[in-house]
Write a protein that binds this ligand. Structure first.
Ligand code: ZN
Length: 242
């Protein structure tokens, strides 16, 4: 079983399409939330996601905001403007799709959440201390998270009482060993100074995890954002990956 793991698509259709094109054959798709927010194509991204095989998808904080389940004052100005625009442009059908997304999905040996197992919608796992605390909040061997828009492998080894922390994970194949927190990075708005779309492949046969980066026409996404008069910052950041 080969699983394509994507997160934080953020309504960036060009990036999402290229990830699907370059990622080859996969048996299932795991999506870690934030399909919408920031970008110009919320409906097209949800429509495309829903066509994918064996899809498991959790709710992200931007998805919750579109639903009105989250106070938009908690978001920065640029994120808020996009949420307000998307709310009035999302189809009824896609709204009800988002409404049915769970905050957590338990699969055999694996947990899927957007932010962290402790606080699925809000917490960022950006350092070993937060990761360590979160290992007490799930029982599965592997927990897949998004939200930070940065790739990550964090492994807690209880026999050594030690955390192996690796956030520089592009292009290497890692052997999966219990227990780990894994982040595939962001499809639609990477924040590690590399503008290329990011995704992960979890191969259950090889028990391997690999993060890939692919180029896409970010200029097209920028143009759409500007044409729609969405905040310019949401376009600018795509060029630098921040
Ligand atoms: Zn996000």
């Amino acid at each position: 079983m080969k699983n394509l793991v994507v997160s934080d698509i953020h309504a960036n259709l060009e990036a999402f399409k290229n990830v699907l094109e370059k990622s080859g054959n996969f048996d299932a798709v795991w999506c870690l939330g934030d399909i919408v927010g920031y970008g110009p194509d919320p409906n097209a991204c949800i429509n495309l996601l829903r066509t994918l095989p064996n899809l498991s998808c959790v709710l992200g904080n931007h998805d919750a905001a579109i639903l009105g389940d989250m106070d938009v004052r908690l978001f920065n100005q640029e994120a808020r403007s996009s949420i307000d625009w998307q709310r009035t442009h999302i189809s009824i059908e896609n709204l009800s799709y988002l409404k049915n997304l769970p905050e957590k999905i338990n699969l055999p040996g694996c947990l899927l959440v957007h932010g962290s197992p402790r606080y699925p919608l809000w917490e960022y796992i950006l350092d070993p201390f937060v990761a360590r605390a979160n290992f007490d909040h799930f029982i599965e061997n592997f927990c897949f998270v998004g939200h930070s828009h940065q790739g990550l492998i964090a492994r807690w080894d209880p026999s050594r009482e030690k955390m192996d922390w690796n956030s520089n994970v592009n292009g290497n194949m890692y052997k999966m060993k219990p227990r780990m927190i894994l982040n595939p990075g962001s499809v639609g708005q990477p924040r590690d100074n590399d503008r290329r779309a990011s995704y992960g492949i979890f191969d259950e046969e090889l028990m391997s995890w690999e993060i890939f980066r692919v180029d896409y026409s970010f200029e097209t996404t920028q143009q759409k954002i500007n044409d729609l008069k969405l905040p310019g910052k949401n376009a600018q950041r795509l060029a630098g990956g921040w």
